[in-house]
Design a protein around this ligand. Structure first.
Ligand SMILES: Cc1cc2nc3c(=O)[nH]c(=O)nc-3n(C[C@H](O)[C@H](O)[C@H](O)COP(=O)(O)O)c2cc1C
Length: 331
């Protein structure tokens, strides 16, 4: 295994892997590990509140577990206080993060009201102060993940990118929708191209990449250094191999079930048997989306509350799929 350099974003520029996006409630340590085992080479952890981390909140601490993974792993922080963000960044680095990202994109009302996430797209001076304070405090690189702007009247991704780079940010991810758009409409990749032209640090393009063709089109049309995938990884962590390897064939149903079981066991180990099984329900719904005759599992899904219970239902389901594949005995 190669040892990542001090600035993992330079490795990213050289190798251009497909990057797992930060997804709150999804890209915890277990999901990142499943993605790694399925071919992912660079991951972002789910956003964590800097205030909660700095207060020593248990739940927030849980969200930064597993940052010391064997592939480059970027922690992501929410917040708008330079002092608190710097302190939280230091905690992430102590936990093994290879870089710390500032969330400039979360559209949730509660977060925006507190002055964090996409509210920062309207606060260029605060962005500058955050990058400055965090860069001064930690030895690992600081990055930002932003939207196209706040709304149609404030499309300032290029300005914010330049400011962040000027204060020492070492990479910029662009999800080119405004806060007002949330997740609606198509992502406008032209914004990624404009940011790429404006800065010299690596730029990661993000938004609506579902297939290898999408990925190639984004790389070519925007010249971005790497592509980040979020929602398309749900229920198909093998997407990283699929996007990078043109000869890759989707796993068969039994293999998908085995991947799901591996994911479930990791969640159980990390969060405890009951909580792991309950949290796995949302993932299971995603795995099942591409699977046949899954009513049997769906009906039981919301009542299963231990890891082994879920495993046994999934094994029974896999048996059913295999049995249907076997040739019928001659009558
Ligand atoms: C359930 C969910 C949770 C998300 N959580 C985060 C987060 O914690 N931090 C962040 O920067 N973006 C977050 N995002 C945005 C994604 O990282 C990504 O920018 C967006 O989904 C577009 O990429 P995609 O089309 O590949 O999904 C989240 C999106 C979803 C759907």
């Amino acid at each position: 295994m190669s040892v990542p350099s001090a600035n993992v974003f330079e490795d990213l520029r050289r190798q251009s892997p497909v990057v797992l996006a930060p997804l709150s409630g999804i890209t915890d340590a277990a999901f990142r590990e499943v993605c790694r085992r399925s071919g992912c080479r660079f991951v972002y952890a789910e956003m964590t509140s800097s205030e909660a981390l700095a207060r020593g909140n248990d739940k927030a601490q849980g969200r930064i577990r597993g940052l010391d993974a064997p592939i480059p792993t970027v922690a992501q922080l929410l917040g708008n206080s330079p002092e608190v963000m710097a302190e939280a960044a230091e905690m992430c680095v102590e936990m093994g993060a290879d870089a710390v990202d500032i969330n400039l994109g979360c559209p949730a009302r509660q977060i925006v009201r507190g002055g964090g996430g996409s509210a920062l797209m309207r606060e260029p001076e605060t962005v500058a102060a955050l990058v400055h304070a965090m860069t001064a405090r930690i030895s690992k690189p600081v990055s930002v993940k932003m939207r196209a702007g706040w709304d149609d009247n404030c499309r300032n991704a290029v300005d914010i990118a330049r400011i962040a780079e000027g204060e020492g940010a070492k990479a910029i991810t662009v999800h080119p929708r405004t806060r007002a758009q949330a997740f609606k409409g198509a992502a406008n990749w032209e914004v990624i191209a404009r940011v790429k032209e404006a800065v010299s640090v690596p730029v990661i393009g993000n938004g609506d990449v579902r297939t290898r063709e999408d990925m190639l089109r984004m790389l070519e049309s925007t010249r971005c250094d790497a592509v980040m995938v979020g929602r398309s990884a749900l229920g198909q962590p093998w997407i990283f191999r699929k996007l990078e390897d043109p000869t890759f064939i989707d796993p068969d149903y039994e293999t998908r079930i085995e991947v799901a079981i591996e994911h479930l066991r990791l969640l159980g180990q990390d969060k405890g048997d009951h909580r792991g099984a309950v949290e796995f329900r949302k993932h299971l719904a995603c795995y099942l989306k591409s699977m046949p005759d899954n009513k049997f599992v769906r009906e039981k899904m919301n009542r299963m509350d231990s890891v082994e219970e879920v495993v046994s239902v999934l094994r029974e389901y896999a048996e059913g799929i295999l049995a249907r594949k076997r040739p019928m005995a001659a009558s």
